[in-house]
Design a protein around this ligand. Sequence first.
Ligand code: GDP
Length: 451
Amino acid sequence: MVLEGLGSRISGALRKMTDSTVIDETALKEMLKEINHALLEADVNIKSVVQLRKNVTERVKLEELAAGVNKRKVIQKAVFDELCSMLDPGTAPVTLKRGKPNVVMFVGLQGNGKTTSCVKYAYYHQRKGWKACLVCADTFRAGAFDQLKQNATKAKVPFFGSYTETDPVKIATDGVNRFKNEGYDLIIVDTSGRHKQEEALFAEMEQMAESVNPTDIIFVMDSAIGQAAYDQALAFRAKVKVGSVIITKLDGHAKGGGALSAVSATKSPITFIGTGEHIDEFEPFKTQAFVGRLLGLGDVSGLVNTIKEAGLHENVEMYKRITEGVFTLRDMYDQLESISKLGPLNKVMGMIPGMAEMMKNTNGVDGSVRIKRFQHIMDSMTMKEMEDPKVNFTASRKERIARGSGRHPQEVEELLIEYKRFSKVVGKVGKMSKKNMNIDQLSRNTSQTFQ
Ligand code: GDP
């Protein structure tokens, strides 16, 4: 899961506070201290970290809360909102218009994942019905055209480039004109990178932008640089009109949180994140959904998109059950079964409300192994136990189920705890959807999980 370390430390701090006997100023301070440490370790700028702590402390006045108000939820919501505002640039990205020849130019330093992201971006849009194509205007790096050609062929995206032409601006102009004439509506131009920011790179970018007149310029940046992303984003923005940013390699870097917040601080919208080398390890970046997943609260809209993209229409039932909020052990079993079909387990898990926690709380056991064990335990239950959410599991029944499945009674207990927690969250999602929210509203209102 992306930024797993950061996410589990923040949700761990929240959980620890929730589990403490009294939720008072001391418990709140302790939790904020832990969250601050986690953010600093992810290379988030100290000023933003101090600000988050200050804002949460100002918002949550424990002594002023009316009796009966759930302190835990008030605190959780404040942390959620503050993390969202830390990652929200407050600027909307450029929108592309269907049916028009949109030209999107990719810029960035060499090795940051520019070419990989161009192909991922083309592939992503092509699957959404765009007529996408690629132009390789990187004449600086030997082998750049071959790399693009190879990846574009795999993704079945048309491409344009030249082995002999040395002027990148000419290649870009020729390629864009050709694809425009052929009726493409998303023409992606991969430009040259350099090892560091230098005048020649910026001059080439400016000339190319002038010549192809792009609808959007996307700046691609490796998350490994952490908060240094702030200066780099500003340096590029000063030279060309960067409309959005893609942050790559979030799968492998502890400093990813720092890069994300630093880019937002420059008021540049992050539109996609790269989460692996593979072509579909690429996802749209939506602040609330991202923070929801980070805190283990799920991302219903991301889940539905994944179901749709995987073409698993039979799983519409699964989605329906989640949104209806009715949840039995059988539903849990079926969901675990369907989830494994949806793709990399860790990617899908974070999108299901409450599921990320199940994956993390594993006492050293791999999440997918734990899920298999849960399924074996459920195989030893009766039909009534599986289908009636009101069944009471006595100690002797739990022991019997444990023996039947070859597991320890403690694991049966763990399964039932996860089931309870899981169904509680699903119930909340159900309540939200009964308020007639559509799926987009649901995801925009992830924070309502706290109410
Ligand atoms: P460019 O020089 O900026 O065009 O960079 P490339 O697209 O050639 O990427 C450099 C390296 O980073 C390649 O080995 C890519 O496979 C790898 N890469 C790109 N994006 C990601 C990502 O999101 N995650 C991981 N793990 N690797 C990536």
